[in-house]
Design a protein. Structure first.
Length: 523
């Protein structure tokens, strides 16, 4: 049997229903794994500890009065438990992640090796500045690259993630308006095609949020935007390329209109991977934009961190950016400007975004990525990412509804809907069917402007062979959904866990394990 995906035939797959269930619950090398509480004994531990010497408590009455209830495991049990769980995870090192707007791409091992050098991995934020000149030089050089690539004036390196960067930009806008004596501007306009964190960020910063509709082709309705501008509008938060996978062709006109009305333009830079090296947001009139280093510049992504979201700022907003920032002196030495008031150099800063100056490991990885690609390589990143997305779009538009395919080429991601599926079949069924095919599902039900949305972002990482395999799998699942295959409603069949009742799981999650009561002894 050929291992080439092109040689695959449906009859090669044997249903798991053809064999009886195993005693262990294992499926060959896919090992079933119980909860750690069910494996371990809460009354013992795998390590022997001597009795603690008597000592006066310093916990002021806060001592634990009941057993903590954590499982005690031997070393082999602990190692096996977490290794088995890791084999049930999907990862970028295993296969293609089609998550739209998330830019899940390969993290080059060169980046990892450099970030683990002792001078970077062991650096401490409270070290004397003369001992961390190399680290400050990395932060400064990365900042220069980001400013150059975006065509902006200044940058804040401290924000720790995309949404944190959004907040930074909006606080800069808020400070600039206050300095102008225009605190009455309390409205932020957010297009329907923007990322979901945008309105949340604006609301968190104390602004009222109003939607701007999209045109039938999936872009911002420029006329509607202009009609809403007024003395109460602080600015607009726009995602470009947007979450429909389209470039906002009217971006410069949008910026000009907002500026003429006295507002500022915030751009969500999560999709910068599609335009890096080709388009400078500063040339389009952007005043602030965050850059997800874990997306465009390949630093690790997911699991709650570590994120990094530097924010580039226009000349109008740079004076209001947060502290700290690096400064290079004529003799080549670097300092970190951290004081809240810095004479006449940075007197209008709104303060700090975090205790220190960012994520050193992420800065090192991102700069390694940039330097290994060079300016021409970064441009090719954008070109290949867009090429791959359009290949996916045109390869699937005959079997999946592509609502904006008639608008022309897409940018970084291809957008589909569940229109045309058999009665009762939805995007969720297609996503679950992909799990059986060995793929993590694409982003589903977002953006909200498309019913049953399926958002696929291949990035520049994936080869044509990898994309062909994914396209073939998605075509197969889509055909089953159109034909009303009842087995698809039960997918996934081959995953360690069957389909959940997601509504019930969201409304009534079981977050605490309770030890089952022992059965009563027979009388």
């Amino acid at each position: 049997m050929s291992l080439n995906p092109a040689g695959w035939r449906p009859e090669m797959v044997v249903s798991d229903n053809a064999a009886p269930p195993t005693f262990t619950g294992n499926k060959a090398l896919m090992l079933e794994e119980a909860l750690i509480f069910e494996i371990g004994d809460t009354h013992t531990t795998g390590v022997d500890f001597g009795s603690a010497p008597a000592a006066a408590s310093r916990l002021a009455g806060l001592e634990r009065t009941q057993p903590i209830g954590l499982p005690g495991l031997s070393e082999p049990e602990a190692v096996r438990h977490y290794t088995r769980l890791s084999r049930q995870n999907y990862a970028i090192d295993l296969g293609f992640f089609p998550l739209g707007s998330c830019t899940m791409k390969h993290n080059p091992r060169l980046n990892e090796r450099l970030a683990r050098l002792p001078g970077f991995a062991d650096v401490h934020p409270l070290q004397p500045r003369e001992t961390v000149q190399g680290a400050l030089a990395v932060i400064n050089e990365l900042a220069v690259w980001l400013i150059t690539l975006t065509g902006m004036h200044g940058i804040a390196m401290a924000p720790k993630a995309g949404a944190h960067g959004e907040l930074c930009g909006i606080l800069c806008i808020k400070s600039a308006l206050a300095a102008r004596g225009e605190g009455q501007r309390k409205v932020i306009l957010v297009p329907e095609s923007a990322h979901g964190t945008n309105p949340a960020t604006a609301a968190f910063a104390g602004f009222a949020v109003e939607d701007i509709p999209a045109t039938p082709e999936g872009r911002v309705d420029l006329a509607a935007l202009k009609a809403r501008l007024g003395p109460d509008v602080a600015g607009v938060m726009i995602t470009n390329p947007n979450t429909c996978g389209l470039f906002e062709r009217d971006m410069k006109a949008i910026s000009d209109a907002v500026h003429a009305a006295g507002g500022y333009v915030y751009c969500d830079g999560a999709n910068f991977n599609a335009i890096v090296g080709r388009v400078r947001p500063g040339d389009l009139g952007i005043d602030a934009m965050h850059i997800n280093l874990h997306k465009t510049f390949s630093t690790p992504h997911g699991g709650g961190g570590p994120g990094s979201g530097p924010v580039v700022l226009s000349e109008a907003l740079s004076p209001y950016g947060p502290l700290p920032f690096t400064e290079r002196h004529a003799d080549g030495r670097f300092t970190l400007v951290e004081e809240e008031t810095v004479g006449d150099r940075h007197p209008h800063s709104f303060g700090r975004m975090s205790a220190f100056h960012g994520q050193m490991g992420m800065f090192t990885r991102a700069l390694a990525y940039i330097l290994s690609h060079g300016a021409d390589g970064l441009r090719q990143v954008a070109e290949d990412a867009v090429l791959n997305a359009n290949y996916v779009l045109r390869s699937l538009e005959d079997v999946l509804d592509a609502p904006f395919a008639v608008s022309g080429p897409c940018m970084h991601e291809a957008l589909f809907s569940d229109d045309g599926m058999a009665e009762g079949f939805t995007t969720l069924d297609i996503a679950k069917g992909l799990i059986d095919e060995g793929f993590h599902p694409m982003t589903v039900y977002f953006p909200l402007v498309v019913h049953g949305a399926m958002l696929v972002e291949p990035t520049e990482t994936e080869s044509k062979a990898a994309l062909d395999q994914f396209i073939g799998a998605l075509r197969s699942v889509a055909a089953r959904a159109k034909a009303g295959d009842p087995a698809l409603k039960g997918a996934p069949h081959f995953a360690p866990r069957a389909r959940l009742d997601e509504t019930l799981a969201a409304r009534r999650p079981v977050l605490v394990w309770k030890e089952p009561a022992l059965p009563k002894a027979a009388e």
